[in-house]
Design a protein around this ligand. Structure first.
Ligand code: ADP
Ligand code: G6P
Length: 483
């Protein structure tokens, strides 16, 4: 029987070994949280990296790790320190991530990173070849593995291969600056179907294929000598029910059942009932615009001083890629900004910013979503941004205001949110005021539309549509070349 093989850099769990004991934590990030819901209901296999370094993993623990992963229908690819440095921190996160998010000034073109990327991609491809067969459907995910589709195609010419990019695909003018641009495109073209979150990313990709590889592109089909590749947009949804149910359970909790975190949030509400709570939740990443958001908050408080002591901004930043210098600099910048603004503006009764630099359990994430009045998400560039969708799904009484950057892929589907340009402080200050003063009926009317849309296009439907398009593409492509 043929199965579906998911392959991504991250598995849905991150393993850790401390004092000889193996522990597992859920992975953070849109790819892992989204696909987890799809994988949970299937009987396929998910192949990826455990987050462990080969050098830190005693050989005698390998069988225990394999067993733990097998229970989750997962299989691992081991990476050593040099591979993690070159492929993961290097090419993936010092070349592709900044380039695709339009941070050219952070982008490093290092041959040794590229060499490592190629050899680790081959390692992932070999793991597929060892764990799957040519009849299986192979779904490759994200920018860390862009060469894998072609590596599989070379061995299995008839394989059914889909690829989905979870981050933006940049315009041709940006993409063409990369020394290995043709190789990356050729790697992706090993697929039968290539999916993006938005039509714009799809368009940029097709333009690069046309101009750099000189291939025959008609609408969203790319014609090779013996195959046709379909390119399409599939905006990723969320597991709506999971977030709605979690919010309902939260609301039904007795005092004793509440988390300590929720109790603190309740205390805060009680002691300052007129204070509005604004939340922002992201990985600590320069693409998320966290430092700009803090500056914009200060700008807002100076422009509208009547809101001093009447609003509080909670920033939850999840540690991410902390070996990459830009992430270390950003952490320092945010620490200093929060310290300075709180130092300058705090009163005995009020601290304007509460800043948490850690990953929180799912339950506390829901506490934050449901206790806030406003969610303020300001990425400078973001493939999708699932936090925006999760926030709306948890608003079971339909109140709450979402302020969302136009630069997030999710903004295309969330027109009823208050959309802002994260570089425009004037506009953001006015939008914050509007959000604080928005009547409940208006909040509810906006959220009703948003919720209905999110309920209809869940992550499960997203995955099914991708799979159906992949099968249809395979059949269509075969028919073209057989007839
Ligand atoms: P990205 O994929 O760039 O990190 P997204 O907003 O698309 O951005 O996805 C982030 C995902 O990580 C969301 O599904 C969110 O629920 C999850 N997440 C964010 N912060 C935390 C946290 N502190 N603890 C656990 N999960 C988190
Ligand atoms: C984004 C990427 C994912 C990645 C996640 C977390 O969502 O699209 O591929 O897994 O960020 O980043 P990390 O580097 O920790 O895997």
């Amino acid at each position: 029987m043929s199965k579906t093989i998911i392959i991504s850099n991250r598995l849905p769990v991150q393993l850790k070994i401390s004092e000889g004991k193996l522990t597992a934590e859920p992975s953070v990030g849109g790819l892992a949280t989204g696909l987890k819901s799809v994988h949970r209901d299937g009987d396929g296999l998910w192949i990826g990296w455990t987050g462990l370094m080969e050098e830190d993993t005693p050989e005698e623990m390998e069988p225990e790790i394999d067993k733990a992963l097998a229970k989750l229908n997962c299989a691992k690819v081991n990476l050593n320190i040099s591979e993690i440095e070159g492929y993961y921190f290097g090419f993936s996160n010092r070349t592709i991530w900044p380039l695709y998010h339009y941070f050219l000034e952070y982008t490093e073109f290092e041959l040794k990173f590229w060499e490592s990327y190629k050899s680790v991609n081959q390692k992932f491809a070999d793991a597929i070849l060892a764990n799957a067969n040519e009849e299986d459907t192979i779904w490759v995910h994200d920018y860390q593995l862009m060469l894998v589709p072609q590596m599989i195609r070379e061995v299995w010419p008839n394989a059914n291969i889909g690829f989905f990019l979870h981050i933006p695909f940049p315009s041709y003018e940006i993409f063409r600056t990369m020394p290995w641009r043709e190789e990356v495109l050729e790697g992706l073209l090993g697929s039968d179907l290539i999916g993006f979150h938005t039509y714009d990313y799809e368009r940029h990709f097709l333009s690069s294929v046309r101009r750099l590889l000189n291939l025959d592109v008609s609408f969203n089909d790319i014609y090779l000598e013996n195959r046709v590749i379909k390119v399409d947009s599939f905006p990723m949804g969320i597991d709506y029910q999971k977030f709605e149910n979690a919010a309902k359970e939260n609301a039904a909790n007795s005092e004793a059942e509440k988390s300590d975190f929720q109790k603190k949030l309740d205390e805060h509400k009680k002691s300052a009932p007129d204070t509005k709570l604004i939340i922002s939740i992201d990985r600590l990443d320069y693409s998320k615009g966290i430092a700009k958001r803090i500056n914009a908050f200060e700008y807002f408080l100076n422009k509208y001083p009547q809101f001093k002591e009447k609003v509080r901004l909670i920033i939850l930043a999840v540690p991410s890629r902390s070996n990459v210098p830009q992430y270390q600099l950003l952490k320092k910048e945010i620490d200093e900004l929060v310290g300075r603004i709180n130092g300058e503006l705090s009163t005995v009764n009020w601290t304007p910013i509460w800043y948490f630099y850690r990953s929180l359990p799912f339950e506390n994430l829901i506490d934050l979503y449901t206790s806030s009045d406003i969610a303020w998400l300001t990425p400078l560039r973001d493939g999708m941004n699932l936090v925006a969708k999760e926030y709306i799904a948890t608003r079971t009484d339909k109140t709450g205001v979402l302020i969302l950057s136009e630069m997030a892929g999710s903004a295309y589907e969330m027109n009823e949110a208050l959309l802002i340009n994260p570089n425009n402080f004037e506009q953001q200050a006015d939008t914050l005021k509007k959000a604080i003063e928005m009547p409940k009926e208006q909040q509810m009317a906006r959220n009703m539309f948003l919720q209905n849309r999110l309920k209809r296009y869940t992550v499960e439907i997203w995955a099914n549509e991708f799979m159906q398009a992949l099968l249809a593409q395979k059949e269509g492509s075969l028919a073209t070349f057989v007839s």
